[in-house]
Design a protein around this ligand. Sequence first.
Ligand code: MN
Ligand code: MN
Length: 394
Amino acid sequence: MALTKTNEREQTKVSKSPQPIRGNQGASIMGPTNPSREAENQDTLVPPSMDHGTMANMRWSFADSHMHLSEGGWGRQTTMRELPSAKEAAGVNMRLTAGGVRELHWHTAAEWAYMLKGRARITAIDQDSRAFQDDVGEGDLWYFPAGIPHSIQGLEPDGCEFLLVFDDGNFSEEATFLLSDWLAHTPKDILAKNFGVPESAFDHIPQKDLWIFQAQVPGPLSQDRVAGRGPVPNTFSHHMRAQEPIRTKGGTVRITDSSLFKASKTIASAFVEIEPGGMRELHWHPNADEWQYYISGEARMTVFAAENNARTFNFQAGDVGSVPFAMGHYIENIGSETLRFLEIFRSDHYADVSLAQWLKFTPHELVRAHLNIDESVLVKIPENKTPVVAAKAA
Ligand code: MN
Ligand code: MN
């Protein structure tokens, strides 16, 4: 029986033990198989018939990343080593217990972060010794420019978990400049001379780096504050989820870039919520690759790569997606709960080009000559950008 394209897509969506069969093509798997993996990636097992060509992988799950365990927390990363198509950004998923510290450090890349759960105290100073300390919670961001030293500590009751994104796909969380590591590689007499104290003052410093370690939960921020040489000119934290979103029938979008979060000069982001059946409209980005982190729900994304190539991927919570520069894409909520994900760009500003707006604002006769569509399609496109479209056409 021939299936319509819609039926074919809906069939793969609901199947619990999918087989590589599409209409009269394919056959069941006879040999070794990993059914749970295949069920998670149904659009890889049974690609939509429009998919074509040899395309790079654009999906990775933090579940497949090496876990670095430490007393006080853990970290795991998704970089170019895990996901080679994502060249402009790398991500780290990190957990700190209450009191657990990601030790004082700096690195070559800038660090942008989104707090997933819990609360943390973050600290930094800049090159003019201006100091920054703040407490951040779920939905908050921070941004530390490249080379600026900082720390993160979990607060009560149960610490925190967050996503870090660095503006360099080759970044490694294992290759950061750690306070303890530097001091362990500096002669004691040099330390004594630097601080003007006896060498014995450094008898008990760590012999090797701490990276993440367990410490006491700090007191209230008001008591913990150090003024430094005044405050940093642009705060390093931002309440992203407190922003009023762009609301459409299909969901919401919050966009945060350096126009709103001034310190965040190399990372722009969007927090997207899509209701079941809804879709992030067909679009592309004229300024950067897109690096995605999925927070909840189930998604399908097809990436169009020119030269007759397109490939579809599935995503769920804890997955990372990548869309190389300028490639067209949409993201559809194929689950039964709200889809939430972050779009992250190595740029000072957020930008996307909407397919619908492009066609709306191009002479219609020219568009119709290309696509052989009725004027009613073009008339129906709203005057304003609709980043998330709803499940059913009215
Ligand atoms: Mn860092
Ligand atoms: Mn996009």
